[in-house]
Design a protein around this ligand. Structure first.
Ligand code: C2O
Ligand code: CU
Ligand code: CU
Length: 487
């Protein structure tokens, strides 16, 4: 879709271009009329997705309060992008922030080089960058996530609001039971409340969490389900550091897809834990007798160690900030409300989804040790194999076509969600216990004290990319390494 609009004052205030398109997008995201400079939903057509994204600090209204946030095209979350396997994507990013930024297409299996998913590009304030890439013809369908990835300003920019959802439609969407479901994006983000930006040092070590819990940029929005019907939630954790542990009153989740695509069969869950960067697609059955049901965020302690827990708690106290332990939040917090609306003939759950082919035996096993320590002159640093991230150093060299097994060992006192760019992986075991089902992931939670084994194959793309902790404050404080995929 060719979206040519201008970035003058008029388009920010006037909403001329794409006003009607934004109605459809607003409905899908369940948000109120945005103060946008473009449509809130952009779909590819004729094999092309082409658009502009303006990163800027803008005014937003959340829970009837006016505030500023970092947004794409004035929207929080950014516009919903929809593409199909084989599409050519061209995104022109315009940096109206006061610090450098860039764009990462989290979870997409695309090139990390040139002006594709290259996290080493830096777009200066006032500058623009065109991103160009093609989705492989066999790219899996799923729910993906775009966000800034300029080392040094990633965490601040994501914490400040930047991020959006990119859907790839494909085989999963054509399964009749899935196709019959109503679809709803659920973009999770906690925004800083007044004063949450202060005291960066300690907050960053713990991983900053914001006091304002939003779903699609709203506080406790209404979601709807038809009696007898199915609701498909595409859930994205777009937070800097907060883990979301979700439960829907009287309605179990039927997990149909993880980060990078479909499962083989649905898995019933009473609650769903998502670390930053993780996604899940679930089906919900409208099998109750009407009424309203709260989508709850349950407390989760992601560990901060005895040495910092006290400080995290006292900072958070009285403000519900949940800093540090992720559980200054004492009890469940309603984050959205599901209401019954209308009815349809009872729809069944799918029995089979898509094959998840196991990877072959690895040609090599590597070990990644995650922890933190003190560095002279730097204070606390977060480390992978004893080293903090350094530009220009290549930490891990792999061969295109190889399958490898990576052993992720967390011997620290905080949980670390480990993320790898470009190629998804399968989780093989956790503390020696095999995973209960096969799934494609690109973020895996490695809790304090755990050892997780993942298996991946370096398919299709060569170049230099990264792996890191997706608590973005930890990434900024060093918990990232470079990965070179050689031909
Ligand atoms: Cu979602 Cu390297 O990031
Ligand atoms: Cu990523
Ligand atoms: Cu971490």
């Amino acid at each position: 879709m060719a979206m040519d609009f201008h970035f003058g004052r008029r388009s920010f205030l006037g909403l001329a271009a794409g006003a009607s398109a934004s109605v459809a997008g607003a409905a899908l995201l369940g948000r109120s009329a945005p103060m946008a400079s473009g449509p809130s939903r952009v779909r590819s057509s004729g094999g092309r997705l082409e658009m502009d994204l303006v990163a800027a600090e803008t005014a937003v209204t959340i829970a009837n309060a006016h505030r500023t946030a970092l947004t794409y095209n004035g929207l929080l979350p950014g516009p919903l992008l929809e593409a199909e396997p084989g599409d050519a994507v061209r995104i022109r990013l315009h940096n109206r922030l006061n610090r450098p930024t860039n764009l990462h297409y989290h979870g997409l299996h695309i090139s990390p080089s040139g002006n594709a998913d290259n996290v080493f590009l830096s777009v200066a304030p006032g500058a623009s960058q065109t991103y160009d890439f093609s989705l492989p013809a066999d790219h899996p369908a799923g729910t993906f996530y775009y966000h800034p990835h300029r080392h040094g300003s990633v965490a601040d920019q994501v914490f400040g609001g930047l991020g959006g959802v990119l859907i790839v439609r494909g085989a999963l969407d054509r399964i009749p039971e899935v196709q019959a479901a109503e679809e709803q994006v659920v973009f999770l983000k906690d925004l800083p409340g007044d004063g949450d930006f202060g005291s960066i040092g300690m907050g960053m070590m713990l991983g900053r969490e914001g006091a304002v819990l939003t779903v699609n940029g709203q506080v406790n929005p209404a979601l709807s389900i038809p009696a007898g019907g199915l609701l498909r939630l595409r859930i994205v954790n777009g937070s800097n550091a907060r883990f979301w542990r979700l439960a829907l009153e009287d309605h179990p989740f039927h997990l149909i897809a993880t980060d990078a695509g479909a499962l083989e069969t649905p898995v019933q869950l009473e609650e769903l834990l998502l670390a930053p960067g993780e996604r899940a697609e679930v089906l919900v059955r409208g099998d109750q007798q009407g009424g309203r049901y709260r989508l709850l965020n349950l407390p989760y302690a992601r560990g901060s160690g005895g040495m910092m827990g006290g400080m995290g708690r006292s900072r958070g106290m009285g403000r519900g900030m949940g800093m540090g332990r992720g559980s200054a939040q004492q009890g469940p917090v309603p984050v959205a409300t599901l209401a019954y609306e209308g009815s349809v003939a009872t729809l069944p759950l799918p029995e089979r989804l898509l094959p998840v082919v196991p990877l072959p035996e690895p040609v090599r096993t590597r070990r990644f040790l995650l922890n933190h320590g003190m560095a002279p002159g730097m204070g606390m640093v977060f480390l992978i194999n004893g080293r903090a991230f350094e530009h220009g150093r290549i930490d891990t060299r792999v061969q295109l076509g190889d399958t490898e097994e990576w052993e992720l060992v967390n011997d620290g006192v905080m949980d670390h969600p480990f993320h790898v760019h470009v190629n998804p992986f399968q989780v093989i075991s956790r503390n020696g216990t095999p995973e209960p089902y096969r799934a494609w992931k690109d973020v895996v939670l490695v809790r304090a004290g755990e050892t997780v084994r993942i298996r991946t194959r370096f398919d299709d793309f060569t170049g230099l990319t990264v792996y890191h902790c997706h608590i973005l404050d930890h990434e900024e404080l060093g918990m990232m390494g470079t990965l070179e995929i050689a031909a």
